[in-house]
Ligand binder design. Structure first.
Ligand code: TYC
Length: 104
């Protein structure tokens, strides 16, 4: 919506608000499988999501029980990089671990 101030300056309120919206954030999730060792998943969560061992273990057990679990929320490019790093590490180690991102 365009309005004018006392000096007849046009202020594009709506456009300004839209420009100031924060960037969309993305959850990075791990998915359960029957083969990846629990200890490997805990190490992945500690290394790539900066969690202490206890928190990483809780997240791993939630994934094991519920089928998926959230490791962190990040801007799109950071989330995407973490997914790639986790998948590359898991494949190099020969594990089928799946890691995905979805808009928060
Ligand atoms: N379900 C696996 C097992 O019993 C452990 C596991 C947990 C695998 C979390 C993947 O994202 C995962 N060894």
């Amino acid at each position: 919506m365009a309005t004018k101030d006392q000096n007849d300056t046009v202020i594009e309120r709506k456009e300004q608000q839209e420009k100031l919206q924060p960037p969309p954030m993305y959850q990075v999730l791990l998915l359960n499988d029957d083969y990846t060792p629990m200890e490997f998943v805990v190490a992945i969560i500690q290394e790539y999501f900066n969690k202490d061992r206890e928190t990483a273990t809780q997240i791993m057990l939630k994934v094991h029980r519920d089928g998926k679990g959230m490791c962190g929320v990040y801007p799109k490019d950071i989330a995407s990089t973490k997914v790639e790093l986790v998948l590359t590490h898991a494949r190099k180690a020969g594990h089928p671990l799946q890691c995905v991102m979805e808009e928060a």
